[in-house]
Design a protein around this ligand. Structure first.
Ligand code: HPA
Length: 245
């Protein structure tokens, strides 16, 4: 069963035929909301809204451990994360879809491992390729089938938020090699790896990052909503095609 974690702009899946909702409890507390089980194009999926169904949980307060643990224990076999981002690379303008291949983590103070108890032995994971290559290919194939262009590369910079970045911070992220910037990619990806869940992402560019192009003088929040509304319809189509094969 595929798990889908929806971010800003994707708090529900209209084409999901809902069968049941389950409030999951985990040793790490409560997930962002009830797990929604159903079928998408005939396939079982489980959906979770990362920021809660009323979009009330900011990125630094998401209980990433509870979310990933709950999906694993709901019998998910893979996780597709949908997350909005700012575009740093010039060609990643508003509305672009990006399937990132790498991450740089700038977050701090988040509980970022399942292995931080005194009783657990030290545990290191290989994170050379943070996104599961096969799952990335499945997303890209579904995008092609849906007739939606998705960039098949991107270095994702995970920032702390909830504020957006300064122009100088974006310059720095670019010097570091980042192509997109978002606030929720970590520790989510690392936790999925720790628990053994293949994980990949569809990033939806909501805006040019701070100081870039139309965001040279500031980020226009008014246009973001419309961009996300339109782009998420395309993402839903890709997710449906992922479930059709
Ligand atoms: N920065 C960080 N996160 C984001 C942005 C951004 O510009 N846009 C959407 N999520």
């Amino acid at each position: 069963m595929l798990a889908i974690i929806g971010g800003s702009g994707l708090t529900s899946l209209s084409s999901l035929e809902i069968e049941r909702r389950e409030v999951a409890r985990t040793p790490y507390g409560e997930p962002s909301g009830a797990l929604t089980f159903g079928t998408l194009c005939g396939r079982q999926v489980v959906f979770l809204a990362r920021h809660g169904y009323g979009h009330t949980i900011p990125p630094h307060r998401v209980n990433y451990r509870a979310n990933i643990y709950a999906l694993k224990h709901a019998n998910a076999k893979a996780v597709v994360s949908v997350a909005s981002v700012g575009g740093i690379r010039a060609e990643f303008g508003p509305g672009a879809l990006v399937v990132p291949h790498q991450i740089i983590d700038y977050t701090w103070g988040r509980t970022s491992t399942f292995y931080d108890g005194v009783e657990e032995p030290v545990h290191h994971i290989d994170f050379t390729a943070p996104y599961d290559p096969a799952l990335r290919q499945r997303i890209l194939a579904a995008a092609a089938e849906a007739g939606e262009h998705a960039f098949d590369f991107g270095i994702y910079a995970a920032t702390q938020g909830p504020r957006l970045e300064t122009a100088a911070e974006i310059d720095r992220l670019e010097r570091d090699g980042a192509d997109v910037v978002g606030m929720t990619g970590m520790p989510e990806a690392a936790l999925a790896r720790e628990i053994g869940l293949p994980y990949a992402a569809i990033n939806v560019v909501a805006n040019h990052a701070a100081g870039r192009a139309a965001s040279a003088e500031g980020i226009e929040f008014a246009s973001i909503e419309q961009v996300l509304h339109e782009a998420m319809a395309r993402v839903r189509h890709i997710l449906e095609c992922m479930c059709e094969d």
